[in-house]
Write a protein that binds this ligand. Structure first.
Ligand SMILES: [Zn+2]
Length: 316
């Protein structure tokens, strides 16, 4: 029977002295055992053991070590062990599942240096943008306190309290999950303060305070009184803007993150509503004012929630 195909460069290098065979993907990685031993206490120990009488499986005079990791995981794991100039960026995990598999393998093969770098990559912008709750659970499970805090903050844009489930929640305790929910609740309260007390609003000439047409047509919504910075009272007349506020207040309780205020879909829907008032929409005023307001609201929500801490219990 033919041997499995070789992996892509640099793992097809004929000067390599060892074969790592992925049994799940049926592919051989030609590797340098010194590099492997240098990165992994597991392989270092394996290579230092005296060879027994068991006949060693070979490929072209190179001993074969069978491993369970699939082709992608093994490639990425070795990508962390090999010098960057050799492997480039193409072996960097691109999604949460990928990086979690590499993390698992790094732990299994006692690769402390790799684990350290994976830890940093776990909380990279790209990973957090994808599935922060999974990263939070993994960080808590392994006692990565700082990473857990960073990921917890990112989970604020998810409705963690009501509907979010990820398999990694099975690996943390009820106490850990309770503390995350408590953190969400406290952040939700801070966000609520921001949309109740408008002392952070400095611009008193927003179109919803001034539009004569909206003032004449309050429709179902009566105007709402705000107290803005400098204790200045202002009436909000525009129905489209009040509808946005109703929505954002509800959403922030469940997802207390600035990204909720600047959500693109909501932005477009609100502008479609605003376009019904010609005066508001004239000269792009609604657009400009609304953009300014939502950015300020997002900033303010994030500032308020940044003062809330989450307790992460160390596993040690
Ligand atoms: Zn108007």
């Amino acid at each position: 029977m033919d041997p499995p195909p070789l992996a892509d460069a640099p793992f097809d290098d004929q000067s390599a002295d060892t074969v790592l065979r992925s049994t799940t993907s049926n592919v051989d990685f030609l590797v340098n055992r010194h590099l492997l031993a240098f990165s992994s206490l597991f392989f270092q120990t394996m290579f230092s053991l005296p060879q027994g009488n068991v006949e060693q499986e070979m490929r072209d005079h190179r001993p074969i070590i069978r491993v369970e990791e699939d082709r992608e995981t093994l490639g990425m794991l070795l990508g962390y062990c090999y010098p960057k100039w050799l492997v480039g960026d193409r072996l960097v995990p691109s999604d949460t599942i990928g990086i979690l598999k590499v993390h698992h393998a790094a732990q299994k093969y006692l690769m402390d240096g790799v684990e350290h770098r994976v830890r940093q990559d776990l909380v990279s912008k790209r990973m957090l943008a994808e599935e922060p709750l999974r990263i939070f659970a993994v960080a808590v499970q392994h006692g990565y306190l700082e990473e857990a805090r960073i990921a917890a903050r990112e989970t604020l844009r998810l409705p963690v309290g009501s509907s979010e489930y990820v398999p990694e929640l099975e690996d943390i305790t009820g106490g850990d999950h309770y503390r995350l929910l408590l953190y969400h609740k406290l952040c939700g309260e801070r966000a609520e303060d921001v949309v109740k007390d408008f002392c952070w609003v400095t611009n008193e000439s927003f179109v919803w305070f001034e539009c004569a047409e909206c003032r004449r047509n309050p429709a179902a919504n009566a105007p709402v009184r705000w107290i803005i910075s400098g204790r200045r009272p202002k009436w909000v007349f525009s129905r489209w803007f009040l509808e946005y506020m109703d929505w954002v207040i509800k959403a922030l309780t469940e997802r207390p993150s600035g990204t909720v205020a600047t959500d693109m879909e909501l932005f477009d829907a609100t502008m479609a509503n605003a376009s019904l008032c010609r005066t508001c929409f004239q000269g792009g005023r609604a657009l400009k004012d609304f953009r300014e307001f939502t950015s300020a609201l997002a900033r303010e929500v994030d500032r308020a929630t940044s003062e809330v801490g989450i307790e992460i219990r160390s596993r040690a």
